[in-house]
Design a protein around this ligand. Structure first.
Ligand code: FAE
Length: 548
């Protein structure tokens, strides 16, 4: 079964116009992208002044850009990363995981993949040239955070798992949000716009590419646990054609964390294409917002640094706007706001800013399978199954069954476990270096490790198997020193009002993962998208009055 993108005539036309504009800009090597606007729209942006500016182009930012464009508000999107549309000399836009090159990571000398050794051998990570690659790993003192960089943010590099949280957990984490409205209106809207679909269970049951998931499923069932199919934004119809050899392979060719060349409905194919297609939205890439200050008389001024692919500064400029939507992610949005508070530029920002950060209870772990029960040399890089033990009374876990698409039999069952770790971290600016600091101690992972261990001890006991200790560079079975799901820093209803408005500063909004206080119990992008849809609907109805 494969669901298509929303097919109303207007949206289809917008997607087409926007996608064409993205491709044309990439082919011409441009860092500014816009679809043709009507004559009446030209001039709505005077000089470098726009009615609305959106910072970043991940989930929250893309929702804001589309809905502003639809409402007729001339909008500029500023993204620090590249536009990923144009093939390189090898004919591919992104590099694969088995042979990573400079396209893999954001200005690193060596790749920093999460699973970094096999049999304790340093065979996974490679030296690379410094380049604005798609995946970044931000290394704080005791926690590393993976994020996407480029047009589409995390949607370029993530596993595409599109999960709606358990309503009880959503209500616990965000008690101020009307859950009825979310589950009736905004979650369905987000799923439809993102192009969520599900794997065909018959195909899943027979393809060699999901043997690893079937092995892990059967072992979970042996331990009395429940598994569930997990929807995804990767087009499963395309994946089936990959197996038949009808189309170029992507998920079945070990592509995911450094980008998918085909099959994945990343945001540049969905929300952002539609946003550009309104003719009201312009996108500037390689443009990092360094600071924000208020404009006398209302609105905001942003200091913007444009870089080239060597990381050299091409220009520094200022952009002003009446309405400013921060969608730079949990790290990026919190950092910009902390800088503005600490410098005195935005004094209204309160003490709750920088609080409520968590890694969504992320723990990665691997189990060793018996030689007579192989997981398969051919593995789809897109996960489709999870162990759902979220209702466990003391150790709730939602564990994604992850691939190890190494191209050889590894015998590993790998998991990204999401746990209900109540620990939270805080952000601050280091007084000496001025850099963003995350106050999170490794010991704060202990509740998450305890939950993951409780679950996988049960799986190992029931199957006579054990953990792998060779995967994370030392002899740990559980890796909790990195995360894929940074959440919080600007918690909704605490650092902001109930709709993401920053206190004391009219027209300033947080729209992304920074709003969710540390945990959502499942992979987070559907929630980030749905919450952004809810908040922008209210903001457009109540706040935005000019430039239409
Ligand atoms: P995000 O998508 O991070 O986008 C922020 C954007 O802002 C980025 O493009 C930045 O380059 C840009 N930016 C930052 N600072 C600035 C600045 N100062 N100026 C201009 N631009 C800036 O934000 N989630 C799921 O639900 N399912 C999954 O299967 C899944 N798998 C994942 C796998 C990996 C490897 C990773 C890294 C993440 C995964 N996630 C997954 C998490 C998900 O991608 C993440 O929660 C969202 O992308 C966060 O969305 P935001 O809108 O907050």
């Amino acid at each position: 079964m494969s669901l298509a993108l929303p097919r109303t005539p207007d949206l289809t036309r917008r997607h087409f116009l926007g996608a064409t504009a993205l491709q044309a800009a990439a082919a011409a090597g441009l860092t500014t992208v816009s679809a043709p606007a009507s004559a009446a729209d030209r001039g709505a942006a005077a000089g470098d002044s726009f009615p609305a500016v959106v910072v970043g182009s991940g989930y929250g930012a893309s929702v804001a850009a589309l809905r502003l464009g639809e409402a007729g508000v001339t909008t500029l999107v500023l993204e620090m990363g590249r536009l990923w549309e144009e093939p390189a000399a090898d004919g591919k836009v992104f590099c694969g995981m088995l042979n990573p090159d400079r396209r893999s990571m954001w200005f690193k000398d060596r790749t920093e993949a999460p699973l970094d050794t096999l049999l304790w051998l340093d065979v996974v990570n490679r030296p690379i040239d410094r380049y604005p690659g798609a995946l970044d790993r931000v290394n704080f003192e005791e926690m590393s955070v993976y994020v996407g960089r480029g047009v589409g943010g995390g949607s370029l590099v993530n596993g595409g798992m599109a999960v709606t949280p358990a309503r009880s957990h959503f209500e616990k984490v965000l008690p101020g949000v009307d859950a009825d409205e979310m589950y009736r209106t905004y979650f369905p809207r987000a799923r439809a716009m993102l192009g969520v679909n599900s794997v065909d269970p018959d195909w899943f049951g027979s393809t060699p590419y999901y043997r690893y998931a079937r092995v892990a499923r059967d072992q979970a069932h042996q331990a009395g646990l429940t598994t569930a199919y997990v929807p995804n934004v990767y087009d499963f119809g395309y994946m089936e054609r990959e197996e038949r050899g009808d189309v170029a392979a992507s998920a079945l060719a070990s592509e995911v964390i450094y980008g998918n060349n085909h099959g994945k409905r990343s945001l540049d194919k969905t929300y952002l294409a539609a946003a550009l297609g309104t003719g009201k939205v312009t996108l500037r890439t390689m443009s990092e917002v360094e600071s924000v200050r208020p404009e006398p008389g209302g609105g905001y001024v942003l200091a913007v640094k444009e870089i080239d692919v060597n990381g050299s500064v091409v220009s520094r400029s200022e952009v002003s706007c009446r309405y400013l939507f921060l969608g730079a992610g949990s790290l990026g949005t919190t950092e910009l706001l902390l800088r503005a508070r600490e410098s005195g530029a935005l004094p209204g920002l309160g003490e709750e800013l920088g609080t409520g950060w968590g890694p969504n209870g992320n723990i990665m772990t691997g189990r060793a399978n018996h030689p007579w029960n192989p997981t398969g040399a051919r593995q789809s890089a897109i996960p489709v199954l999870a162990i759902d033990d979220w209702n466990h009374p003391t150790h709730p876990v939602f564990a994604e069954i992850a691939p190890v698409p190494a191209g050889i039999e590894t015998g590993i069952s790998l998991y990204l476990a999401i746990t209900d770790n109540p620990e939270r971290g805080t952000f601050e600016l280091d007084p000496a270096s001025g850099k963003l600091r995350l106050n999170w101690r490794r010991g704060q992972n202990a509740p998450a490790v305890a939950s993951a261990k409780s679950l996988f001890d049960r799986v190992n006991r029931a199957n006579g198997t054990s953990y792998r200790y060779d995967l994370f560079g030392d002899d740990r079975a559980f890796a909790g020193d990195f995360c894929y799901h940074p959440l919080g820093g600007c918690p909704l209803g605490a650092a902001t009002d109930a709709y993401g408005r920053l206190p004391g500063h009219p027209g300033l909004y947080a729209v992304d993962s920074s709003l969710i206080p540390g945990s959502i119990g499942v992979n987070p992008f559907v929630t980030i998208t749905a919450l952004a849809e809810r908040n922008i609907a209210r903001v457009l109805a109540e706040d935005v009055t000019t430039g239409r």
